[in-house]
Ligand binder design. Structure first.
Ligand code: HEC
Length: 133
């Protein structure tokens, strides 16, 4: 009965699509549950990032203004690791969040030896970085 088997394949496909949708909805919840606060992020940035980064000048790390939407590892005048300068990624909120959690997971061989364990602090930092246009 070719028809009924086609029917059940369709039902199965729909079911899998539904499961996938539920999975991504849950995943998004887990990943983006934290709503960032730019004011808190500014304080965290001063405490956590300023030893190596400034807003407008390259220092031990590249300057931060305009980082959202910028291509990874491309600021002129900063000596990026070969790994970062070869990257074709673009900084968005999700990528920044992952970078701050574990830079090495994002670009293997990068040179930023620093991590932020708190998901809330990462969300705050990303909210602050988004204000540096
Ligand atoms: C110990 C020094 C140090 C600290 C602290 C540090 N960074 Fe970095 N950061 C670096 C270095 C060095 C690089 C360049 C890495 C490379 O070239 O592989 C970098 C690169 C970056 C980049 C990539 C920029 C680009 O244009 O591609 C971002 C984004 C970033 N850091 C954000 C942060 C944030 C936010 C904090 C604070 C939570 C922070 N960093 C703390 C040293 C540091």
């Amino acid at each position: 009965m070719p028809n009924s088997s086609a029917g059940s394949t369709k039902a199965r496909t729909t079911f899998i699509a539904l499961l996938t949708a539920v999975f991504f909805a849950l995943f998004a919840q887990i990943t983006f549950a934290q709503v960032g606060d730019a004011e808190r992020g500014k304080r965290a940035w001063r405490a956590e990032c300023r030893s190596c980064h400034t807003v407008d000048q390259n220092y031990l790390g590249p300057k931060h203004r305009g980082v959202l939407g910028r291509r990874v590892g491309k600021i002129k005048g900063f000596n990026f690791s070969p790994a970062l300068s070869k990257s074709t990624l673009v900084w968005d909120a999700e990528l920044l969040n992952r970078w701050l959690a574990d830079p090495e997971q994002v670009v293997k061989g990068q040179w930023m030896g620093y991590r932020i364990d708190s998901a809330q602090t990462r969300a705050d930092l990303v909210a602050y970085l988004a204000t540096l246009k």
